[in-house]
Design a protein around this ligand. Structure first.
Ligand SMILES: NC(=O)c1ccc[n+]([C@@H]2O[C@H](COP(=O)([O-])OP(=O)(O)OC[C@H]3O[C@@H](n4cnc5c(N)ncnc54)[C@H](OP(=O)(O)O)[C@@H]3O)[C@@H](O)[C@H]2O)c1
Length: 308
């Protein structure tokens, strides 16, 4: 496993993160196996959110955790708040941020979160309120580091004007199939393709310039939760390219798709979502694969892009 240092944030975190969004479907024995398998593969970073199973992902994780024999201090636990499906709204009020963190800590049965991310932008957010909430959370020791998810650069700038703590992470969607984060700059100013549409305000370059680590969510998904492109007959070229490189490197197609993200010089983390221990083990081999410059482009083109 490769480890990276998050600038101004946690150090020596695994490049591959185990996402826990799908954990509510497991019983506690199965959840313990997922946590232990990921940990044995070198994963030391786990991603949660208050909305995953409406808190059930965090509850299941905590029920399972004592069965793994892993110490709390040997892991980085991250959760996200602000996305309130049960109320059909996004909510970054001070009151909701503070109450959410208390709920997270209770459910995870821990005293502190390593990182707290604001999940999706609350259009009505008051940056001063966020700043007050972060100060309280930092002073009380409940949260060590702060970040965001799915935010465009100008929203980060607005937050930064008020929030004292560095925003160290932006968690955004990126897979070899959902590569908008990368496409827009490559096809810059090209009227003939929608790949040039700037959908995120140049979040990738902004994050690199501002030392914000990108976490790529749903790295194996097509569309927005459209299922995985791995072995999908609608992606024959991509699967053939993944397979060819996978055979050469002795790893699975899924591992090559993750290695494609890790090859980017932004040194991102990839957040995987499988709850299948065999798939976790397969995918973690991605960390040892060093794709060449040529491999990276070959995979990108096989996913349906072209060079402008
Ligand atoms: N910030 C946000 O807004 C946001 C949004 C969504 C997700 N997330 C985070 O990102 C994490 C990952 O999301 P995700 O679950 O959509 O990620 P993903 O890793 O892209 O997709 C998981 C899917 O890929 C399948 N898969 C994995 N390995 C496979 C293989 N070798 N062959 C075939 N299928 C394979 C899994 O099936 P199996 O289970 O059968 O392996 C599962 O259905 C979440 O847990 C969450 O932490 C964040």
């Amino acid at each position: 496993m490769n480890y990276i240092n998050i600038a101004n944030g946690p150090q020596n975190v695994s490049a591959i993160v185990q996402g826990c969004m799908r954990m509510p479907a497991l019983n506690k024995e199965e959840a313990a196996k997922v946590i232990r398998t990921a940990y044995d593969c070198g994963v030391n970073f786990f991603d949660h959110a208050t909305c995953y199973g409406n808190g059930e992902a965090e509850t299941r994780f905590a029920e399972a955790f004592p069965m793994t024999g892993i110490k709390r201090e040997d892991l980085f636990l991250q959760s996200k708040c602000g996305l309130c499906f049960e109320r059909n709204e996004f909510d970054w009020t001070k009151e909701n941020i503070l109450a959410s963190v208390d709920g997270i800590l209770q459910r995870l049965k821990t005293d502190y979160l390593d990182t707290l991310l604001l999940h999706r932008p609350d259009v009505l957010f008051e940056p001063e309120e966020v700043a007050e909430a972060f100060d309280i959370l930092e002073k009380s020791g409940k949260v060590r580091f702060f970040g965001v998810s799915n935010l465009v650069p100008m929203q980060v700038e607005l937050l930064k004007k008020f929030v004292k703590q560095p925003l160290v992470i932006n968690q955004v969607q990126l897979s070899i199939e959902q590569s908008q984060l990368i496409d827009q700059a490559l096809y810059m100013n090209n009227k003939t393709t929608e790949f040039s549409v700037n959908r995120d305000g140049n979040a990738l370059d902004y994050c690199r310039l501002n030392d914000i680590t990108i976490q790529a969510w749903s790295p194996l998904q097509k569309g927005m939760f459209g299922g995985t492109f791995i072995d999908d007959p609608e992606y024959p070229k991509l699967n053939a390219a993944l397979s060819e490189i996978g055979e050469r490197e002795g790893v699975s197609k899924a591992a090559v798709a993750i290695a494609w993200i890790l090859r980017h010089p932004a040194r991102m983390q990839a957040i995987i979502g499988t709850m299948n221990p065999a798939h976790i083990t397969d995918i973690c081999a991605a960390s040892d694969v060093k794709l060449s410059h040529h491999d990276w482009y070959a995979l990108y083109l096989a996913a349906g892009k072209y060079l402008p």
